[in-house]
Write a protein that binds this ligand. Sequence first.
Ligand SMILES: [Zn+2]
Length: 296
Amino acid sequence: MRENISDLEFPSLELTDLANFRDTMEEIASQYSAWRHVEDSYAKQEESFELEGWCYCCACPSQFLTDYLYAAEAGHLEKRVPNWRERLLCSRCKLNNRTRACIHFLEQVSKVSSKSKIYITEQSTSLYEALKQRYPQLIGSEYIREPMAKGAIDKNTGFRNENVTCLSFDDASINYVLTFDVLEHVPDYKNALAEFFRVLATGGMLVFTVPFALGHKNNIVRAEVSVDGEIKHLMDPEYHGDPINDEGCLCFYYFGWQLLDELRTLGFTDAKAHYYWSDAYAYLGEHQVIFSAVKE
Ligand SMILES: [Zn+2]
C-alpha cells in the first residue's frame, strides 16, 4: 500500500503557455523521469493487473484494474504500455483514471458545489452518471445527428440534444461548462468556445480536456471541412469512440497553446492547463492535462 492521502489537494502544476511549459519541464526533469520509471515498473506482461492506491471518488483505498485495451506499443520498452488515461478502473466505483481525475479537479480546484448550475457536453457516460449523483442539478446532452430541435429530449434515450456551436441555453445562465474530449471533433470549435462564453454567468468557469500537443504553439489540424461541406483529410484519419455512434467520431485537431490564446481573445481570463500526475491516486500517464478558464 502506498502513502496515505493526508490532504485532498488535486496533484497538479499550472501552465499558461508554451514557454511556461518548457521552463517547467526543465525544472521538473528529474521528477518527470521518476514518474516514467514508476509507470515502467508497473507495466507488467500479464494481460491485466491491479495497482493499489486511493480513490478520490470513493474516498478510500482501492485497487485499480489495468489491462491493454486501447494500448499502444512503446518503442523504448519493447513492450506494450497500458493506456493509463483510459484504464486504471477503480474496483469499487469502476471509474477510470481520467474520469476520477476530472471529479477530483472539479471538487478541489473548480470548487463546484451542489448549488452550481452545471452543463456537461455528454449524457450517456459513466462520468455523467457519477456527476449526476453528486450534483443533481447537472444538465447533460449528446449531439444527436438526426434533425431534432436544440434543447429537445430524445424520447427513446432521454438524452437532451445540444450542438455545442449553437446551444439552447440563455445567456449567462450556467456556472460551469464541462466538455471532455469533444472539441477536437468540432470543426468550428471557436464557435463552441464563444457559445460557452455566452452561456456562462459572471464568475463562471469552463473546464475541458482535449488532445493537446504540449510542445506546439499552433494547433495540429488533422482534417478540415471545405466550403462545400466536404471533409478534407490532411493527415491519416483518426476516429475516436463515440458513445452514441458506432462509427466513431473524426478527430479534426490536436490542439496547441494557441487554444488558450483564443480563449483569452474571446474574453476568458485565467486560462491555464493543470498538468497532473499521482502515484497515490493512480493518475498515471504522460502529459495529462485539464484546462480551465474563467468568465469574469
Ligand atoms: Zn472509486
